[in-house]
Design a binder for this molecule. Structure first.
Ligand SMILES: Cc1cc2nc3c(=O)[nH]c(=O)nc-3n(C[C@H](O)[C@H](O)[C@H](O)COP(=O)(O)OP(=O)(O)OC[C@H]3O[C@@H](n4cnc5c(N)ncnc54)[C@H](O)[C@@H]3O)c2cc1C
Ligand code: FES
Length: 276
């Protein structure tokens, strides 16, 4: 199985789409748009987003390049939710929009998660802002009538506020301020130990490189299928700049068109080039 097949393709060009809603959830910001030109997207695909105004070139300077953002929700009719973690000027300006402001949107881009095998129980694992595509995948599996498990890991209760809107998720925090004290890997082991020995699982994960590398190592040691959504820094988002290449067992590939979702078995390791 490869997560590169049957992907929805983005319409050509950049579209100006007004913001429908803006909401703070702990330290994150959820913005929603209705992009009627967009095809139905697959969880794990992403959009390149910029604000129409105040996006470099004037007194504010940077950022210029649009930023890659996964969707956390999609109704299949153009309504998309994006969850933003403010880490720099791009996410700061995106999170600062008001209802009615225009976003410049290209997407959906990339491959997205593949449908997990019917024989395997999907276990979805999200770390921090990586919860966004994982929760989109949870909705996609619910719509398909599939059972699944979700593990979400956050640094503390404030970051975990998002999980209070998803009561069926298993939550862990680094400081134990809510949910179980520990890592998503600790929770994954507890979950797998609780399943019938005959129950085979498939892992679908998104999060920081250290977490993804731990999931990859675990999957490799246990002989499990795993799909990993990388959040490799991107410049264009559609294959033109080669700024997002990642090493795989078959050579360097562009994460924006050959990913961002890779089978763990395609990778020797998940590289942490930066703090993404
Ligand atoms: C496929 C894909 C999906 C993504 N989905 C989302 C999403 O749903 N929501 C979201 O908020 N972001 C998401 N990102 C990450 C986002 O695109 C980057 O964090 C982006 O660089 C932010 O731009 P910026 O201008 O705010 O920060 P930058 O100027 O790019 O970075 C500012 C500083 O923060 C550091 N930094 C960058 N990213 C992070 C990070 N994640 N955590 C900690 N430090 C960081 C940089 O190294 C730099 O020092 C995604 C990235 C990819 C490739
Ligand atoms: S971001 Fe430009 S090729 Fe991938």
């Amino acid at each position: 199985m490869s997560p590169t097949s049957d992907r929805p393709i983005a319409p050509f060009g950049r579209r100006a789409v007004p913001v429908d809603s803006v909401r703070r959830i702990g330290p994150y910001t959820l913005i929603e748009i209705t992009d009627l030109a967009a095809p139905t997207a697959k969880a794990g695909q992403f959009h390149m987003l910029a604000t129409e105004s105040n996006w470099g070139g004037t007194s504010g300077g940077r950022p210029f390049l649009a930023r890659a953002i996964s969707f956390i929700s999609s109704n299949g009719e153009g309504r998309f939710g994006f969850l933003l973690h403010t880490v720099g000027p791009g996410t700061e300006r995106l999170a600062d929009v008001n209802v009615g402001d225009n976003l410049l949107v290209v997407g959906p881009l990339g491959n997205g998660f593949s449908d997990p095998s019917e024989q395997l129980r999907p276990i979805l694992i999200g770390g921090g802002i990586g919860a966004a595509p994982v929760l989109a995948m949870a909705d996609q599996l619910t719509a398909a009538g599939r059972d699944y498990e979700v593990i979400l890991g956050f640094r503390d209760a404030s970051h975990a506020e998002l999980a209070s809107e998803r009561p069926n998720c298993r939550v862990v925090t680094d400081d134990g301020s809510t949910g179980r004290h520990g890592t998503v890997l600790d929770e994954l082991q507890i979950l797998i130990d609780s399943l019938e020995p005959s129950q085979q699982v498939e892992l679908l994960a998104c999060g920081p490189p250290g977490m993804l590398e731990a999931v990859r190592t675990f999957a490799s040691a246990e002989g499990l299928e795993a799909q990993l959504a990388l959040e490799t820094p991107m410049a264009c988002g559609y294959g033109a700049c080669f700024g997002c290449v990642v090493p795989t067992k078959s050579g360097y590939v562009r994460a924006c068109v050959d990913g961002p979702v890779f089978m763990a078995s395609q990778l020797d390791r998940v590289f942490a080039d930066g703090p993404l």
